[in-house]
Every structure is written in structure tokens, then in C-alpha cells.
Design a protein around this ligand. Structure first.
Ligand code: AMP
Length: 125
């Protein structure tokens, strides 16, 4: 079910539970600001999710309430993960769903990194 990105943060969401260590994830990177792990249902040969450590519902929430340090740390982490995975030369796609029309399902900001094949048009037609 898509979530309404205008609702307050709900700390029972799956990614909050991963951050608290209550659920396992296949971690690829972690620092003070971000955690990156493999998507449980990959949509490309490589599909990694990068989430901020702070409690933010979506890109909208993060860009409004996140501190400059959190935003810089998170954006740098996304770039670092992609570089560490060797994705800059072949190329990759970033995607962040926000709210109902985008079909965001988990109400904790996550950036998808897709790679490992030609990714085709941006949106299904
Ligand atoms: P979105 O539709 O943008 O909210 O994407 C949510 C993503 O989270 C989907 O690609 C799911 O496959 C992924 N996902 C859901 N639960 C888990 C989990 N426990 N570990 C890793 N990825 C997950």
C-alpha cells in the first residue's frame, strides 16, 4: 500500500526496525548519516537502498527538516556507495518515491540505486 508522505514519522516502519537492529539487512555501507543495504526484492541486477539514519518520512520531509550536516552526509553516502560498487562508468539510476502517486511503500526516506543492465526509459509507458 502506498503511504501518505504528509503523515508524521512512524517509527514502527521496516527501515526504522533495520536501523535499530531488530531486522537483518544485507548491509553494503554504513556511516554516521546513512545505511545502505540490498533491496529484498531487486528490480535490477544490482538494487541497493540508501537510507538516512535520522527519522524522515520522505525526501520532502528530509529536505525541509534535515540539518545541513545530515543532508550533506546522506548525499555523499549515496555517491560513495555507487562509486564503491563501480557504477560510475557503466552508469546507474537513482530514484526516491515520495507519497501516494509515486507508490512509496515504506515511510522512511530511501534512495534506490539501480544498476547492472541498461535501465531503459525512466517511466513505464
Ligand atoms: P518504495 O516503493 O520506494 O517505498 O520501495 C520500498 C522498497 O523496499 C521495495 O523495493 C522493497 O522491495 C524494499 N524492501 C521492503 N522490505 C525490505 C527489507 N526488509 N529489506 C530490504 N528491502 C526491503
Amino acid at each position: 500500500m502506498p503511504i501518505d508522505a504528509t503523515l508524521p514519522y512512524d517509527d514502527s516502519n521496516i527501515f526504522a526496525r533495520i536501523l535499530r537492529g531488530e531486522l537483518l539487512s544485507k548491509t553494503v555501507y554504513e556511516d554516521e548519516y546513512a545505511l545502505a543495504f540490498h533491496d529484498i526484492n531487486p528490480q535490477a541486477p544490482l538494487h541497493i537502498l540508501v537510507i538516512p539514519k535520522g527519522a524522515y518520512v520522505s525526501w520532502d520531509d528530509f529536505s525541509e527538516r534535515g540539518s545541513d550536516a545530515e543532508i550533506a552526509g546522506f548525499v555523499r553516502a549515496v555517491g560513495l556507495v555507487a562509486r564503491d560498487q563501480g557504477l560510475v562508468a557503466p552508469g546507474y539510476r537513482l530514484l526516491a518515491n515520495v507519497g501516494l502517486d509515486s507508490h512509496q511503500e515504506i515511510p522512511h526516506l530511501h534512495v534506490h540505486i539501480f544498476a547492472g543492465q541498461k535501465l531503459g526509459p525512466m517511466l513505464a509507458r
